[in-house]
Design a protein around this ligand. Sequence first.
Ligand SMILES: Cc1ncc(COP(=O)(O)O)c(C=O)c1O
Length: 408
Amino acid sequence: MIENSIVYRASKDGTGGPIKFFSFGKARGGEIWDREGKRFIDFTSGWNVTNLGWNHPEISEAIIEQVEKNVQGLLWGSDVIQEEYAKALTASLPKELNACMKATGGTEAIEMSIKVARAYTGRKKILGFNEHYHGQLFASLALGASGAARERLAPLVPEITPIQFPEENLGNEVFEKFLSDLEELLAGEDIAAIVTEPGIVTGWGSTAIAYPGFLKSVRQLTAAYGTLLIIDEVGTGFSRTGKLFAIEHESVIPDMIVLAKGISNGSVAIGTSVGRRDIFEKAFPDAMLISTFGWTPLACAAALKTLQVHQRDKTWDMAEKKGAYIMKTIKKDLGGVVVAVRGKGMEIGVQFKDAETCVRVQRSALSGGLHVVVGSGDNMQLMPPLTISEEQLDEGLHILIEQIQHAP
Ligand SMILES: Cc1ncc(COP(=O)(O)O)c(C=O)c1O
């Protein structure tokens, strides 16, 4: 039975489950209210969705304007606003990424990208990384699902398997071994694509940071062996990590970049894979890249306004500055229960000594007026709206630190 007050908690061993704890009333900017009228500071952005703050007025206006014009697109044609959005989005990405697939969200765009990779390369195998989350359908699950969940849901899509993600604290020798093992796999020239988040894990297994140079090295190796690189920026895109897109941190140009979540700031469902036009065109007849509700004019109007606001306000700078402030403040007041604080921009993980302590702190922070979620097991994931005011940020940090310090 699904109740509307259920929020899901992922966990590394697949034992995560629904937590009944939040009855959503309304939200605005960096604040959220439950149905009893209790106010909370929001440190979730609905899990990296409302990066510009909840219910952004300019985006709502753009949607209302579009309602007056046209709301549904065609499978065999394009509306003006769809073309305008495609132009603006591709202009904000490296010039090689010059074509967009129309999708309704992240999972669909990931699945489409996998189909494109198989159709384009004629190869079957796809590699993902352990504990990366790419969506709910069988191919996207197969990329990163691990352990018990993988077993229970089997059979997943064949020939899609995860490998170990090289984390930042590995040491150079182990990272070199990772690269040589990967090269050995790729040298078989039968891997169609590698799918990865861009050096920071924001879904399952969060919040893990990759070893420095991870993305650049994977790009070099995939290019050398004819394997496509699909970068999932569903969680990191739209300024979350301190850049408009996280690929900018290492100046990596993938063959496809997948975007959703923050793309329309949580207003209308939309997702996309932006990639090389020659790849999409070759793959199109077999991959059947169609989606009835992908890129509706309403969603495009919302996404276009979202992108324009990010660019006008340089929202990525807010993420970089406030993210550094959060890290500094939390690290300063670390109690014995916190093992590590990791992050990039305003995607920050606070790792506790164990999962029980993490959940206990989350629950007590919630009672104290901070809306915050557990990422996986022992990791609390902080993802405040990037536009949150300094006062609200301090209020939220104060609640969190107090609970951390009082945790047994
Ligand atoms: C990194 C990542 N990729 C893909 C997805 C799937 O996106 P959607 O929920 O829009 O299908 C998610 C959703 O949480 C995600 O975090």
